[in-house]
Design a protein around this ligand. Structure first.
Ligand code: FAD
Ligand code: UDP
Length: 381
C-alpha cells in the first residue's frame, strides 16, 4: 500500500534501474517516490526466492554479479554482503565437456598435443598472451592457421548456440554480442574477468528490500503503468519498461528475444561440475545452470534450470533481451526522439527503457549516472 501524500516521482519498474533511482531520490534528494511494478515482486529480472530443498532460485534465469567499477561495487555493498564467486562454464563440444570461453586450456583439451601447441603459439604470436579476441575479428584476420581455428570455434561454439538464442547468425547481430564471450589467449577460464565478482550473500531480493526500505519510498506491486498514468499529473516519471510500449507502439513494435525456463529438481546434492554447462549443438535449450554453485548452498537436493530461447510475443512471455542489430538501432531512433521531447518530465533507462543489452552492473551504473547528471539537477524547483 502507498501513503496518501502525492509522490514527486513515479518510477516504473522495481528492477536494478528503478530501485537504484528510487534509493537515490529518496535518500539524497529527500523526495517521495512511488515505485510500481506489474509483477508481484521487486528486483526485476534479478528476483530470487527459495525453492525445492531451500535452494535459492533465480526466477528469470541465472544472475551472476560482476563489474570492473569500484564505484558500483561500493554503492551496492551498502545493501548486501558478498560471497566471492567465479563463474565457470563448460560447453559440450565434439563429445567432450570443455572450458568456455574458448582459451588455451580448451585447445589442449580438444586437439592433439602437437597441434594444440602450434595453434597456441600462433594465437600468442598474433595477439599476445593475456589478450581477448572476439570470434568475428579472429575469423577475418587472414592467417591460415588462425582462420582454421576461428572457423572451428565459430562452428562448434558460436554458430548453433547463437542461432538457438537469437534465431540469427553471429554476423547478423551487433559484433558486441558474440564479443561478450571472446577467445581468451590465456589459461584463465573464468567466464568473467572483471575485478569484482561475487553473489549477494542473502540473494538479490534481500538486497533490493534493503535498497527500497526508506520512508520516502512506497512500492506498489501488481500495478501496470497504464493504471496510474493519469493519477499523478505533477509527478516526474522514470520508465524502465519497454520504450516502445510506453509510446503505445506508435512507430511499430521493437523486437525482443524471450526465454522459457524449465526447472529440474533432484535429490542429488550436486549434479554438474561447474555452475553452467552450455549445449551449443544439441537440444532445444542453450545451457543448464545449477544454482547451488552460484549460491554456495550445501546439503541434500539440487535445482537446475534449462533455458529455451523463443520469440517474444507480448502478453504471453517476457521481453528479456533487446536484439542488437543495425535494423533495431534504426527502429529505436524515432522512440529516442519521442523520449527527448519529454525531457524534464519523463526519463527512460534500463535494459528495456534504453533498449540496450545491459548487465546488472551496467543497469546500476546507468541509473547512478542518470541520477547525477539529469534527475538531481531536474529536481531543483
Ligand atoms: P528489469 O530487471 O527487467 O526491470 C524492469 C521492471 O519493470 C520489471 O520488473 C517489469 O515487470 C517492470 N515493468 C516493465 N514495464 C512495466 C509497466 N508498463 N508497468 C509496470 N511495470 C513494468 N546480468 C548480469 O550482470 N549477470 C548475469 O549473470 C545476468 N544474467 C541474465 C540472465 C538472463 C536470462 C537475463 C534475461 C538477464 C541477465 N542479466 C544478467 C541482465 C540483468 O537481468 C539486467 O541487466 C537487469 O535486470 C536490468 O535491470 P532493469 O531494472 O533495467 O530491468
Ligand atoms: N555465445 C555462443 N556460445 C556460447 C556462449 C555464448 O554462441 O557458448 C554467444 C551467443 O550469441 C550469446 C552471446 O555469445 O547470446 C552472449 O553470451 P552470454 O553468455 O553473455 O549471454 P547471456 O548470459 O547474456 O544470455
Amino acid at each position: 500500500m502507498h501513503s496518501t501524500s502525492q509522490p514527486k516521482w513515479v518510477i516504473v519498474g522495481a528492477g536494478f534501474t528503478g530501485a537504484v533511482l528510487a534509493e537515490r531520490i529518496a535518500g539524497v534528494l529527500d523526495q517521495k517516490v512511488l515505485v510500481i511494478d506489474r509483477r508481484d515482486h521487486i528486483a526485476g529480472n534479478a528476483y530470487d526466492y527459495p525453492g525445492a530443498y531451500g535452494v535459492l532460485i533465480h526466477k528469470y534465469g541465472p544472475h551472476i554479479f560482476h563489474t570492473n567499477s569500484e564505484a558500483i561495487w561500493t554503492y551496492l555493498s551498502r545493501f548486501t554482503e558478498w560471497r566471492p564467486y567465479f563463474h565457470h562454464v563448460l560447453a559440450h563440444v565434439d563429445g567432450r565437456y570443455t572450458p568456455i570461453p574458448f582459451n588455451l586450456n580448451t585447445l589442449t583439451d580438444l586437439f592433439p598435443a602437437r597441434m594444440a601447441e602450434r595453434l597456441s603459439d600462433a594465437l600468442i604470436g598474433a595477439y599476445g598472451y593475456g589478450t581477448k579476441v572476439p570470434i568475428l575479428k579472429m575469423r577475418q584476420d587472414g592467417n591460415p592457421e588462425l582462420t582454421f581455428l576461428a572457423d572451428y570455434v565459430y562452428s562448434r561454439v558460436f554458430e548453433n548456440y547463437t542461432f538457438k538464442q537469437w534465431g540469427m547468425k553471429p554476423e547478423d547481430l551487433a559484433p558486441s554480442v558474440s564479443a561478450r564471450v571472446p577467445v581468451h589467449v590465456s589459461r584463465d577460464d573464468r567466464y568473467f574477468q572483471d575485478r569484482f565478482q561475487a553473489m549477494p550473500v542473502d540473494g538479490y531480493t534481500a538486497m533490493f528490500k534493503r535498497m527500497l526500505n526508506h520512508p520516502n519510498i512506497d512500492v506498489s506491486l501488481n500495478t501496470e503503468y497504464e493504471a496510474v498514468r493519469e493519477l499523478y499529473p505533477d509527478a516526474k516519471v522514470v520508465f524502465t519498461g519497454p520504450i516502445d510500449e510506453y509510446f503505445r507502439y506508435q512507430h511499430g513494435a521493437l523486437p525482443y528475444r524471450s526465454l522459457r525456463f524449465r526447472l529440474v529438481e533432484t535429490p542429488e546434492s550436486m549434479v554438474q561440475p561447474v555452475g553452467t554447462v552450455n549445449y551449443p549443438n544439441e537440444f532445444g535449450f542453450t545451457r543448464i545452470t545449477e544454482f547451488k554453485h552460484l549460491t554456495g548452498q550445501k546439503g541434500e537436493g539440487s535445482v537446475l534450470v534449462e533455458e529455451y530461447p523463443e520469440a517474444y510475443v507480448p502478453g504471453t512471455n517476457e521481453p528479456y533481451y533487446p536484439i542488437p542489430t543495425e535494423g533495431t538501432s534504426q527502429a529505436l531512433q524515432p522512440y529516442q526522439q519521442m523520449a527527448r521531447d519529454l525531457s524534464g518530465k519523463v526519463w527512460f533507462a534500463g535494459r528495456l527503457g534504453d533498449y540496450a543489452y545491459y548487465n546488472m552492473d551496467q543497469a546500476c551504473g546507468r541509473a547512478l549516472a542518470l541520477f547525477e547528471k539529469q534527475l538531481a539537477p531536474a529536481s531543483v524547483g
